[in-house]
Design a protein around this ligand. Structure first.
Ligand code: CP3
Length: 344
């Protein structure tokens, strides 16, 4: 039988213990991931279903987490939209032709996941079979605003000047781009759900870089559309914004089933802002996994205690796990959640 604690908490149901998974749980901190990655580049790994499924399963078996997240990347759909994408070892994602004009947005295709990204659906099908007696599978997408920043900036950024320039000086083009991204995200998520994803997470990594007024105006409306469309498919949707503290009050309006919290805000404060009728996910600092075993346990206990104030709590990191993380510390964290998060 599948362990369904994670799905139950997503739905707001009672469970015997607090479930845990980690953002970026498949990755370079695992020697077993490095071994697979040695022979293929990152994009090839994402596009080879047998290998993508293999690395998805690694943290489930090694760490004993309560959910698996399909191995892919939020930027995969950008390529399918017609925007060439590369991953450089040093710089991360590189988009050599940033999208900054109406003509560029005109050229963007709304991809059909089945036709243009069949590998992710094949990966999901393999995984559902392999995870039958284990844990649920999470599908995901980048949120429209975060995807827009990569397209407009041409990669990662610190201040998002080009994005804000388009928002403030060329609103028509920005809206046009966001509409195309929103349609892409909806179709990408519902294809993953049809292939077998049992929950989905929307990653809005950079939306916390917006002033609250701008978040409400330029990011939230599109998230609301995605959430209401995904809800028709009847699977839970988790919405994660990194640096969420300043916009948490507004995030509540997204309608998502679960709200992801980063570590820069105390979990008790986050729950107070959201209200006790919310299901939350988070929020251990990824760097806390560099602490001693005892200190990791203390931090876990603290977050578990604070999570009791919410309608439901899924323990997770406040952002992705870092490549420098010792695997035994991650195991300590997962064991601590299962040990101290028991409700009976
Ligand atoms: O969580 C998982 O285990 C599933 C796989 C997953 C990856 N990326 C694999 C990955 C998921 C859910 C993501 C999401 C993602 N990708 C986000 C949102 C979450 C976040 O971290 O904020 C973002 C912003 C990206 C874009 C991205 N992908 C960047 C900026 C980078 C380079 C930085 C880095 O960490 O290397 C990536 C590469 C990437 N995505 C790797 C992995 C395992 C490392 C690639 C490698 O093996 O070299």
């Amino acid at each position: 039988m599948m362990n369904d604690a994670f799905l139950k908490v997503c739905r707001g149901e009672k469970v015997d213990y607090t479930p845990v998974w980690l953002m970026r749980q498949a990755g370079r901190y695992l020697p077993q991931y490095q071994a697979v990655r040695q022979n293929v580049d990152f994009l090839t790994l994402c596009k080879t279903p047998e290998l993508a499924a293999e690395v998805t399963l690694q943290p489930v078996d090694i760490l004993g987490v309560d959910a698996a997240i399909v191995f892919s990347d939020i930027l995969i759909p950008l390529e399918a939209m017609g925007v060439p994408l590369e991953f450089s070892e040093r710089e991360g994602p590189v988009i050599s032709e940033p999208v900054r004009s109406e003509t560029a947005v005109d050229c963007l295709i709304i991809p059909d996941t089945k036709q243009d990204m069949p590998f992710i659906l094949d990966t999901i099908r393999i995984l559902r079979e392999k995870l039958k007696d284990k844990v649920p599978l999470i599908g995901f997408s980048g949120a429209p605003f975060t995807l827009a920043t990569y397209m407009i900036e041409g990669g990662s950024s610190k201040i998002f000047l080009h994005t804000k320039k388009m928002m403030f000086q060329n609103r028509k083009v920005f809206d046009y781009l966001m509409e195309k991204l929103t349609r892409t995200v909806i179709s990408h998520l519902s294809s993953q759900i049809r292939a077998g994803a049992q929950a989905v997470q929307l990653f809005d990594t950079w939306a916390g870089m917006l002033a609250p007024v701008d978040y409400r105006e330029f990011a939230l409306p599109y998230v609301k559309i995605v959430v209401s469309e995904v809800k028709k498919d009847r699977v839970p949707i988790i919405y994660f914004v990194n640096n969420c503290a300043g916009v948490l009050r507004v995030i509540k309006e997204s309608g998502a089933d679960v709200i992801g919290i980063d570590w820069r805000i105390d979990m008790a404060d986050a729950i107070e802002i959201l209200g006790g009728d919310t299901v939350v996910q988070g929020n251990l600092d990824p760097c806390a996994l560099l602490l001693s075993k005892e200190e990791i346990e203390e931090r876990v206990k603290d977050i578990l205690r604070k999570g009791e104030g919410a309608k439901g709590h899924i323990l997770n990191l406040g952002h992705g796990i870092l490549p420098e993380t010792p695997v035994e510390n991650v195991i300590t964290m997962v064991e601590a959640v299962h040990k101290y998060g028991k409700k009976v």
